[in-house]
Design a protein around this ligand. Structure first.
Ligand SMILES: Cc1ncc(C[n+]2csc(CCOP(=O)(O)OP(=O)(O)O)c2C)c(N)n1
Length: 324
């Protein structure tokens, strides 16, 4: 599958937007879990989805998906800080995604792996309703050890559900390296044991990721679950206050040289007449704009307690009941 210049610039734009929001959060939110270095995995994973398809992202980088699905950065930032201007008007912790009506399953719980079960349920619904959609469900290497993944994969395979499971393998679960935590070979070996076709992909190459996930979604729509492992790295700590004593500076620096945004810029410059100077200026402009809006979201007043007690999903629920 050959990507046009326009499509590659779109991928670049999504990665740059995602990083700009991340960067501003890192400066203004000491609890932020950044996705720097993993943009190609995040953007590539969800780029192949169309109308009627459902995205259930890993928590790291979920804000990038919100932006990709058309939320304004102001709305996403308000969600992170729990403010009135967010999708749930400040009511939902971790409100960093679009509403279900935009076909995104957000982080309903801080318990890792639960989103994968919701995603599997969404795939079952799609199948039972005879709709053409597919679900893409991503999670980290650490999360791959949670029991709900095994249950979800088993059910998805037995029922031939239209779902692609993606392991966004950044090699660490907080401070624990994947080599010290994952038994039975790689996460792909485990997926193969469930009878899923699998692909291991360089997760810092957004073009390779987008193409592999497109192949997997094509398969899943017709035949049932597929699995893709994206090998990547988080350039920052687990979260902003991580002392990072579990890895060497050299290791981090080595991966900084594999920056997925710079990598795509190289392809654009060498093969698509990309104006590097204009690109750098645009990146700086977006970073400044995003930092200003993150500060504004942080400084906005807390929501009215009256608003907080009203369920933001009441209207969605009523609409869902009518439609189904
Ligand atoms: C069920 C469960 N166990 C443990 C935790 C604590 N915890 C939060 S983030 C994290 C690491 C997750 O690693 P991974 O899935 O690889 O995602 P990453 O943070 O590397 O993106 C852990 C263990 C949790 N939130 N939920």
């Amino acid at each position: 599958m050959t990507q046009t210049t326009e499509q590659l610039v779109e991928l670049w734009q999504h990665m740059v937007n995602g990083r700009a929001l991340d960067r501003a959060m890192c400066i203004h939110n000491p609890l932020w879990h950044e996705g720097r270095g993993e943009e190609a995995s995040i953007v590539g994973a969800f780029h192949a989805l169309g109308e009627g398809d459902v995205a259930a992202p890993h928590f790291r980088g979920a804000t990038t998906l919100g932006l990709m699905r058309g939320l304004s950065p102001e709305t996403v930032a308000a969600g992170v800080f729990g403010k009135e201007a967010s999708v749930t008007r400040g009511a939902w912790r971790g409100d960093i995604n679009a509403l279900p009506s935009r076909e995104v399953i957000g982080m309903f719980s801080g318990s890792l792996g639960t989103t994968v079960a919701y995603a599997t349920g969404a795939a079952m619904t799609i199948k039972r309703q005879g709709k053409p959609g597919v679900v893409v469900s991503s999670f980290g290497d650490g999360t791959s050890n949670s029991g709900v993944i095994a249950e979800s994969w088993n059910m998805a395979k037995m029922l031939s559900l239209p779902i692609v499971y993606i392991c966004q393998n950044n090699q660490y679960a907080t401070s624990l390296h994947a080599d010290d935590a994952i038994a039975g070979g790689t996460v792909s070996d485990r997926a193969r044991a469930y009878g899923m076709p699998t692909e291991d992909v360089d997760g810092n190459d957004v073009i390779a990721v987008a193409e592999a996930v497109a192949r997997a979604t094509d398969y899943a729509r017709e035949h049932g679950p597929a699995f893709v492992q994206l090998m990547t790295y988080r350039m920052g700590g687990h979260y902003m206050s991580d002392p990072e004593v579990y890895r060497s500076r050299e290791e981090v620096e080595e991966w900084q040289l594999k920056d997925p945004i710079v990598r795509l810029e190289k392809v654009l410059a060498e093969e698509h007449g990309w104006d590097a100077e204009a690109g750098a200026a645009l990146r700086a402009e977006i970073e400044a704009q995003y930092e200003a809006l993150v500060i504004a979201a942080k400084d906005a007043p807390a929501p009215d307690p009256e608003t907080l007690s009203a369920s933001p999903y009441v209207s969605d629920l009523a609409a869902a009941k009518e439609g189904n």
